[in-house]
Design a protein around this ligand. Structure first.
Ligand SMILES: [Zn+2]
Ligand SMILES: [Zn+2]
Length: 278
């Protein structure tokens, strides 16, 4: 039995206005376990905040990018440089959908060919595609978003499964991807009563969580309207409606998945929002 996994929420902001103001960081999530050092959605600031938190980017062996929006991909190339010892060693894994790797009708390729060719394993993700990173299996899930190639990820481990929805709206069978989870991290951009096509509001998160009932949920990728409304209140609303223990992420927060799922805040903006959950 391994000692479990740590999900470090290096960034918890999402969307254009939170990104350009950095009201919350947009650095994505680092996932660390025995034989695993993976970075998920390296948006602006991912490299800098990784170093500042003492998580050496050169130890990363897998980079997962969910779609071609800047708050998810901008630091991907510098992470590839870190992962490949400054482009001197072909190693590591890159998993991303077609739009990120090759471009699509809505975006140019997000990662240059120069960087892609130094990665040892490249996986083009689409819903249903499975791949291995170290000893864990990753299943690509479906997201319905303004980037038509956007995907989410489900991580299957000895300690049980956890998943990340990425940016998506609610759709009829979204719950089928997220059954039986220990932890579900949802990109909840908008508060209750403020729906936005292609994105998730608190009301959509409530629907997903009541249909999936994970052991614990984390709201992350918070947009400006969500921050103004107060993510902590929105997390409480989710808990009241679903009974699923839910926390609104703050920058630097760590979730440990072992025998239990525990949440621990580190210094960072939004700390005051977090204290009631300790
Ligand atoms: Zn986003
Ligand atoms: Zn997006």
């Amino acid at each position: 039995m391994s000692s479990g996994f740590r999900l470090i929420f290096l960034g918890t902001g999402g969307g254009r206005f939170v990104t350009i103001t950095q009201k919350r960081r947009t650095a994505g999530i680092r996932i660390i376990g025995e034989d695993l050092n993976l970075h998920l959605d390296p948006g602006p600031g991912a490299l800098v905040h990784s170093i500042e938190e003492g998580l050496n980017p050169q130890n990363v062996r897998a980079l997962l990018v969910s779609h071609c929006h800047p708050d998810h991909y901008t630091d991907a190339e510098v992470f590839i440089e870190a992962m490949t010892r400054g482009m001197t060693r072909k190693q590591g894994l890159l998993a991303a959908p077609k739009g990120v790797l090759h471009g699509s009708e809505v975006c140019e390729a997000s990662i240059s060919r120069y960087h892609r060719q130094m990665v040892e394993h490249e996986i083009q993700t689409r819903p249903g595609v499975q791949f291995e990173v170290g000893r864990i299996k990753v299943l690509t899930t479906e997201a319905r978003h303004t980037d038509p190639d956007a995907v989410g990820f489900r991580f299957e481990t000895e300690q049980g499964d956890f998943a990340y929805t990425s940016d998506t709206e609610y759709f009829g069978d979204i719950a089928k991807y997220y059954q039986g989870l220990r932890l579900l991290a949802l990109c909840v951009m908008r508060p209750s009563g403020k729906p936005w096509k292609g994105h998730m509001s608190t009301d959509d998160a409530i629907k997903i969580l009541s249909e999936t009932r994970p052991e614990r949920a984390v709201m992350t990728h918070l947009g400006m309207r969500m921050l103004l409304q107060g993510p902590k209140k929105e997390a409480q609303l989710i808990m009241e409606k679903t009974g699923v223990p839910t926390v609104a992420a703050v920058d630097g927060m760590i979730v440990r998945i072992a025998e239990t799922v525990t949440v621990q805040a580190r210094k960072g903006r939004g700390q005051e929002d977090f204290e009631n959950f300790l």
